[in-house]
Design a protein around this ligand. Structure first.
Ligand code: ADP
Ligand code: MG
Length: 258
């Protein structure tokens, strides 16, 4: 039975998409079966895997709103199977309002795939509205990337209270998978201070692996590849490989390096 992990933080630019693409690819390299659902109308995860976000093939929007077959939306890539998004998804929130089970549309769409994949990742948009609510209802756990900068903790309390509400009402089993520190710069006191503060807020939940600020991570998407394929020796690639190993070990599996 696979695990569905939503990558959530209502702040934009904190590394959700970068983490989604590169963690997924690193897990696939560990022989895990990976499905990634792009759930952000910006569709950066889609293009990050080299999938055309302007293609006419079904996207997650068509699956949610027009009842398209989710299996037909899946695009296999070398690094993960991808359910693409596109800008139409931005309008979905309004269209979903009148639908029955509107909070569970994504959960229902992903339900057939639990046996086929070890991990299903959902890359969320930077907000806490109905799309993210759908992701929180579909997810077993949430992974929160936190950027190592001054306002890092701002908004995390809103996120936590949203999760508490979801747990109470819509998805009692949801749990925190972990918190990953991103864009860490070990030369600055600020990065160190933010890391310490986040660890105080989430005892035992912050990954030992920290993602450094690394230009290769910001270049890889324009080549339509995860960093491990774009520059496998970069610090960014090494960090996401380590994060994948840590995540697998935390889920109770030994990692054998080949
Ligand atoms: P989000 O999905 O949370 O909005 P992104 O993953 O798109 O955030 O990251 C925002 C920007 O920062 C992107 O341009 C991305 O390439 C860049 N970026 C993300 N993580 C890193 C990193 N560790 N080092 C350098 N640039 C990064
Ligand atoms: Mg994003």
């Amino acid at each position: 039975m696979g695990k569905t992990i939503a990558i959530v933080n209502q702040k934009g630019g904190v590394g959700k998409t970068t983490t989604c693409v590169n963690l997924a690819a690193a897990l696939k390299a560990l022989d895990r079966r990976i499905l990634v659902c792009d759930f952000d109308p910006q569709a950066n995860t889609t293009s990050g895997f080299g999938v055309d976000k302007t293609a006419s093939s079904p996207s997650i929007y068509d699956v949610l709103i027009d009842d398209a077959d989710c299996r037909k939306a899946i695009v296999p890539t070398v690094w993960a199977d991808v359910i693409p998004s596109n800008k139409a998804l931005a309008g979905a929130t309004v269209e979903m309002i009148g639908m029955s089970r509107r909070e569970y549309l994504l959960k229902d769409a992903l339900a057939p795939f639990h046996e086929e994949y070890d991990y299903i990742f959902v890359d969320c948009p930077p907000s806490l509205e109905l799309l993210t609510l759908n992701a929180l209802c579909a997810a077993d756990t949430i992974l929160v990337p936190v950027q190592c900068e001054y306002y890092a903790l701002e908004g995390l309390s809103d996120l936590l209270s949203t999760i508490r509400i979801v747990k109470r009402s819509l998805n009692p089993d949801i749990d925190l998978e972990g918190v990953v520190l991103t864009m860490f710069d070990g030369r600055t006191n600020l990065s160190m201070q933010v890391a310490e503060e986040v660890k105080r807020h989430f005892p035992g939940k912050v990954y030992a692996t920290v993602i450094p600020r690394n230009v290769r991570l910001s270049e890889a998407p324009s080549h339509g590849k995860p960093v491990t394929a774009y520059d496998g020796l970069s610090r960014g690639a090494e960090a996401y490989r380590a994060l994948a190993e840590e995540l697998v070990e935390k889920n109770g599996y030994a990692v054998t390096r080949v």
